[in-house]
Design a protein around this ligand. Structure first.
Ligand code: ADP
Ligand code: MG
Length: 449
């Protein structure tokens, strides 16, 4: 696709600073070129900082630079906020990777979006090293993994999964679909929050060549996001195959990763839509294996095949994946290191949903999931609502455990969640379940990380 000209103004208006301008002004008056003009109501400037000009700035996005410690509010609950002390800020604030990714770039999304749990992004591989004093404690807090001392294991042998006949029957009753995805990034290119248009195009080129070599069950077609018709897009969204347009207060937008949307973004899929790959969304590539219902071993077997094939194909094209012994596969968000793997089931939990909708116990599912090291999401991805009582429940950790371990943890945890759903449905009190599981604190408070 061509350069930034491909995006319609109507699309731009759905994006970051435009949406925020709109919210504050009541109407959109600024043209893209005018986004440099800071004004009193600009929410990106309410935490201190200024638009000092960043080489990565585009007509649709400007990065804020903080030369003094950001003015955090009590709403900032992220691990970034927790670990970024004033002393550490002073130590790191003038550091910049060889590709020009700064501390301000790193913390940008977590400062402008108070709801995020991790609250930071990496713009390239070097950022993980340069900003280690901030990132390693965040990794510890999110995954319980000590990057200073541990090594990350890999295991892509699906025959090691344990999925009993009883579990198969149980999952068949509650699980609508299963999806296993992982982040894969190409060494040498900046990650989306730090990428230039040239790098983004370079990544797309490498991946297109990589997809072209997939064969057998994995053989498929790559579609540029900007070339999809409305019907195609609606179909792909309807089935959960395609990523969403990043919203104004999403992790991606706040990180600058939705700049020049939809250029060089795209989706690859096989004919059956069971092997998919996303290009230049949060990571260079997200590989995805998915199918209807709850046959976890089948989805994991295809995932392992896809992972191995993508690695081999990329390497045969002279590309190397971002990976090291300590952090495993590297990605944009520290929540996706190591395996980068998220194994999720779309699961119908009517009793839990009733507790949320009636506000009787809105966070019981969060507590239960946290207890099994799982993460619940809504039906359309992170921070969305559970439509028709459908939740996306997945493993929370990505690093320090192998692929097999994490899928197993998801199976075992979801098995327990289903047991509790059955007990709630049978009329057992949510308070009794809370007491039994040791969640005795205020039902209106969400569990921390
Ligand atoms: P990720 O970061 O893993 O890609 P997101 O929360 O961004 O996940 O969601 C991506 C999309 O994948 C969403 O549209 C979501 O509904 C869909 N999705 C996630 N898990 C499943 C599943 N098990 N079955 C069907 N769709 C799913
Ligand atoms: Mg996502």
């Amino acid at each position: 696709m061509g350069a930034a000209a491909t995006i319609e103004l109507a699309e731009v208006k759905k994006l970051p600073q435009y949406q925020i301008y709109k919210k504050n002004n009541g109407e959109i008056t600024a043209e893209p070129e005018q986004l440099t003009v800071p004004f009193a109501g600009d929410p990106y400037l309410q935490y201190g900082g200024a638009y000092l000009g960043d080489p990565k700035d585009t007509p649709d996005f400007k990065y804020v630079t903080w030369t003094a410690y950001p003015k955090f509010s009590e709403k900032h609950g992220s691990l970034m906020r927790k670990h970024l002390t004033e002393v550490l800020f002073e130590d790191l604030k003038d550091k910049k990777t060889g590709k020009g990714y700064t501390l301000s770039n790193t913390i940008h999304t977590g400062v402008v979006n108070t709801h995020l749990g991790v609250g930071m992004t990496a713009g390239d591989e070097e950022a993980y090293d340069l900003f280690k004093p901030l990132i390693y404690p965040i990794i510890k807090g999110w995954h319980g993994y000590d990057a200073y001392t541990q090594k990350h294991p890999t295991d892509l042998d699906p025959s090691k999964l344990v999925f009993t006949e009883a579990q198969r029957e149980k999952f068949a009753q509650y699980v609508v679909s299963t999806r296993i995805r992982a982040a894969r990034n190409i060494s040498g290119f900046s990650l989306p929050p730090g990428a230039t248009a040239v790098e983004r195009a370079g990544v797309e080129k490498v991946l297109k060549e990589t997809f072209a070599k997939l064969d057998g069950e994995l053989k498929g077609t790559y579609y540029e996001l900007g070339s999809l018709t409305k019907e195609q897009t609606d179909f792909l969204h309807g089935r959960g195959f395609l990523f969403q347009l990043p919203g104004p207060s999403s992790l991606l937008t706040g990180a600058g990763a939705s700049r020049s949307w939809p250029d060089n973004r795209g989706i690859f899929h096989n004919d059956a839509h069971t092997a998919l790959a996303w290009v230049n969304e949060e990571d260079h590539c997200r590989i995805i294996s998915m199918e209807l219902e709850g046959n976890i071993p089948s989805v994991f077997t295809r995932f392992c095949k896809l992972s191995t094939a993508i690695k081999a194909s990329a390497e045969s094209n002279g590309a190397k994946l971002m990976w090291n012994e300590t952090l495993g596969f590297l990605g944009t968000c520290p929540s996706n290191l190591g395996t980068g793997l998220r194994a999720s089931v779309m699961i119908k939990l009517e009793a839990f949903n009733k507790l949320i909708e009636t506000k009787t116990d809105p966070y019981l599912l969060d507590y239960v999931c946290a207890g099994y090291e799982l993460q619940p999401r809504g039906s359309n991805g992170e921070f969305s609502a559970a439509i028709g009582s459908k939740f996306d429940v997945s493993n929370k950790q990505r690093i320090g455990f192998s692929e097999v371990d994490l899928v197993q943890k998801m199976i075992n945890g979801v098995d327990k969640v289903i047991d509790l759903e059955r007990r709630l449905t049978a009329g057992e009190s949510h308070l009794k379940i809370r007491e039994e599981l040791g969640f005795t604190s205020d039902v209106s408070i969400k569990p921390g990380h």
